[in-house]
Design a protein around this ligand. Structure first.
Ligand code: ADP
Ligand code: TRP
Length: 354
């Protein structure tokens, strides 16, 4: 039987290069390697939605009236649409992968409840993500605490084999396997196969300030940024204060690290050589030494060449909201049929139905 591949993405704003190289790219590549289910985790997004709303109110206040804060419901709707458009524009093919909204398969909350009854509190108390999020000031709701149970239900309800995720999600996968085991043991039937995580080769994409790229650090380069806004972001990447005529070190430079995401070996070697010998090919720069401004331009060109065609596709899709809606509805139909099959087995195994 074909491998079943599943992943979820939180609709939490504009997707960035970290999301692309860490997650989206492998999701899209895997469409050809198995039966894929990809969903937009809107139930999960509810755990942080009020915080997102409060942040908009604060940002609007700080911008002295230049920004208008959106209501929580508008934030969620916009973010779900943005993620759907981003994935479709980047090559998600709805004919290959079932692509849908998590909440369009409400059976997943039923399974989450059932799993929660065989899961000890201790397991959830050990979750890093709850602690990380509450440390960042996110309100500690019961939903935030039981987030990993819903995530386990997402994975198990499709009896998934492979779950492509970033490193930060590995603990959630371990917990999912624990919950699958608790269920299978409690009811003496092997309803759930053990899912395995799949990590991409790209470790961690660094942001414009050299820390891990993340929305919460405000150091992102958005996949669909373009024109002057994109240029401003790239030109503002933090570099050290090595004088322009002095040799620079590609192995410690943020610009070079980002460039490496797009470049082949020869291109990476060329940049390292220009950094080490700033007068190399100087005639092409009217005799100027090679500086960080030049490598930033090279990075900008790579970003434009890579994502330019996707931007056009995204604009076309954004003009066809009904098509996008229909596609999500079709994906949900396929996913829900599978979820219902699993719930039949679960209900029978537990004695909920005969
Ligand atoms: P953010 O940190 O911006 O909130 P998310 O936590 O929503 O991003 O990440 C969504 C997906 O993208 C996850 O699978 C995560 O592992 C991946 N990802 C996010 N940031 C990076 C990064 N800087 N490098 C590699 N992968 C990342
Ligand atoms: N927790 C994941 C994240 O923050 C999103 C997610 C929800 C997910 N359910 C999932 C990922 C199931 C993989 C499988 O990125």
């Amino acid at each position: 039987m074909a491998k079943r591949i599943l992943s979820g993405v939180q609709p939490s704003g504009k997707l960035h290069l970290g999301n692309y190289f860490g997650a989206i790219r492998q999701h899209i590549a895997l469409q050809d390697e198995g039966e894929c289910f990809y969903f937009i985790a809107d139930f999960h997004a509810l755990t942080t939605l009020k915080d997102a709303e409060e942040k908009e109110i604060k940002d609007a206040h700080d911008s002295s009236g230049k920004m208008k804060p959106r209501k929580a419901s508008a934030i969620l709707r916009d973010n779900v649409r943005d993620v759907a458009l981003d994935y479709l524009a980047l090559g998600l093919d709805p004919a290959k992968a079932a692509f849908f909204r998590q909440s369009d398969v409400p059976e997943v909350t039923e399974l989450a409840w059932i799993l929660s009854t065989v899961t000890g509190m201790g397991l959830l108390e050990r979750a890093h993500s709850f602690k990380d999020k509450t440390d960042r000031g996110i309100a500690a709701s019961v939903g935030l605490f039981t987030y990993p149970v819903l995530m386990a239900a997402d994975i198990l309800i499709y009896r998934s084999n492979v779950v492509p995720v970033g490193k930060d999600q590995v603990q959630h996968l371990e917990m999912t396997r624990d919950m699958a085991g608790y269920f299978n043991n409690a009811f003496g039937v092997e309803v759930f196969p053990m899912p395995a995580e799949r990590l991409d080769a790209v470790p961690s994409v660094l942001g414009t300030d050299g820390k891990k790229m993340s929305k919460s650090y405000g150091n992102t380069i958005d996949i669909f940024a373009e024109g002057n806004a994109l240029k401003k972001t790239v030109m503002a990447i933090v570099t050290d204060s090595t004088p322009v005529e002095s040799p620079k070190d590609a192995t410690t430079c943020n610009v070079a690290a980002l460039y490496a995401l797009f470049a082949d070996d020869a291109e990476k070697a060329k940049l390292a050589s220009l950094y080490a010998n700033p007068m190399e090919d100087a005639e092409a720069r009217q005799g100027r030494p090679f500086g960080y401004g030049d490598s930033k331009k090279m990075l900008l060109e790579k970003i434009n060449a890579t994502f330019g065609p996707f931007r056009e596709k995204r604009k076309e899709l954004a003009a066809r909201p009904d098509y996008v809606e229909q596609m999500l509805a079709d994906g949900a139909k396929r996913a829900r049929a599978e979820a219902r099959k699993t719930m039949e087995l679960v209900r029978r195994a537990t004695g909920l139905s005969g």
